[in-house]
Design a protein around this ligand. Structure first.
Ligand code: B12
Length: 235
């Protein structure tokens, strides 16, 4: 089952020229880390059972960008055209992949659904009621770095999606290996230096400041903290 789901996701995105091979992880819906999300993210964070009755597994996937996408966004104050296009294209792909994956799981005789609450709650509450990064962390896909992004074994430059299901799959465990150089050595801080508005700091991330910059870009993006950093691409 695990291989079937992974192959399905790989095949679905293989023609997307801005992406590399995806990573797929499987989170246990019974993990004690899941109820914690109501504390670490928002009290209104959805539980898997809010999405699907009697859920077993959350399929979490990472769609890593190709190096060219990241390289296009290194210089300049705002996001490059290629970065913006890749952002939009990947968001569309995540939506259609989720629908296709749900149908594929139904055809196998199982149930599946996904959260519709993945956008930020509002302009004031810059968090969502389904935090893809936290779900991916529980699914063993990576660990948070100083750049506030989840660093997977292939890097942090890319986007996450997820689907809740009742497939009989043995879940993955959260990773223990740190990949953030700052956390490992106290050095690097390239992501902090890249932030054009100093929203990303050694002592934390000011999401309102980050968002304000993005509004000025007239987009929902900037992404300078995700490019030209050692953890962007690891394999
Ligand atoms: C709201 C939002 C924003 C807001 C606020 C960002 C934020 N950090 O919350 C704004 C508009 C500013 C934004 C900006 C960006 N975003 Co955004 N955003 C989201 C969204 C919709 C919800 C995020 C959320 O709920 N966060 C919950 C809060 C509690 O989490 P948090 O702030 O990260 O804080 C936790 C972690 O820091 C964690 N943590 C645990 N251990 C450790 C250890 C260390 C050292 C640190 C620092 C933190 C940490 O603890 C904190 C509390 O729980 C998600 C999609 C989704 N549904 O998940 C995408 C998402 C997080 N964004 C993403 C991206 C790529 C970006 C940008 C690079 C812009 C772009 N697309 O080019 C920037 C990066 C900013 C940054 N460095 O964080 C990706 C992240 C991919 C990745 N590899 O991690 C996501 C997951 C979208 C996706 N589908 O893939 N985003």
């Amino acid at each position: 089952m695990r291989e079937k789901v992974t192959s399905f996701i790989e095949a679905y995105v293989k023609d997307a020229s801005h992406l590399r091979k995806p990573l797929v992880g499987f989170a246990d819906c019974a993990s004690p880390m899941i109820p914690e999300l109501k504390k670490v993210v928002l009290p209104g964070h959805e539980m898997p059972q809010d999405i699907l009755p009697d859920p077993k597994i959350i399929i979490s996937y990472f769609l890593p960008f190709r190096k060219e996408v990241a390289l296009s966004n290194v210089s300049g104050r705002y996001a490059s055209e290629t970065w913006k296009e890749s952002y939009d294209e990947t968001n569309r792909l995540i939506a259609s992949l989720n629908d296709a994956l749900v149908e594929y799981i139904h055809d196998m005789g199982f149930r599946a659904a996904y959260s519709k609450k993945t956008s930020q709650v509002s302009k004031e509450i810059l968090m969502s009621c389904w935090s893809q990064r936290h779900i991916a962390e529980i699914a063993g896909l990576g660990k948070f770095g100083l750049n506030n992004l989840l660093i997977t074994r292939v890097g942090s430059c890319g986007r996450f999606g997820s689907v809740v299901c009742d497939l009989p799959i043995v879940p993955d465990l959260p990773e223990t290996e740190e990949r953030c150089l700052y956390k490992l050595t106290g050095g690097c801080m390239k992501c902090v230096k890249n932030c054009p508005v100093k929203a990303l700091r050694e002592d934390g991330f000011l999401r309102v400041m980050c968002q304000a910059n993005e509004e000025r870009c007239d987009t929902d993006i900037c992404g300078k903290c995700a490019v030209n950093i050692p953890c962007g691409f690891l394999k």
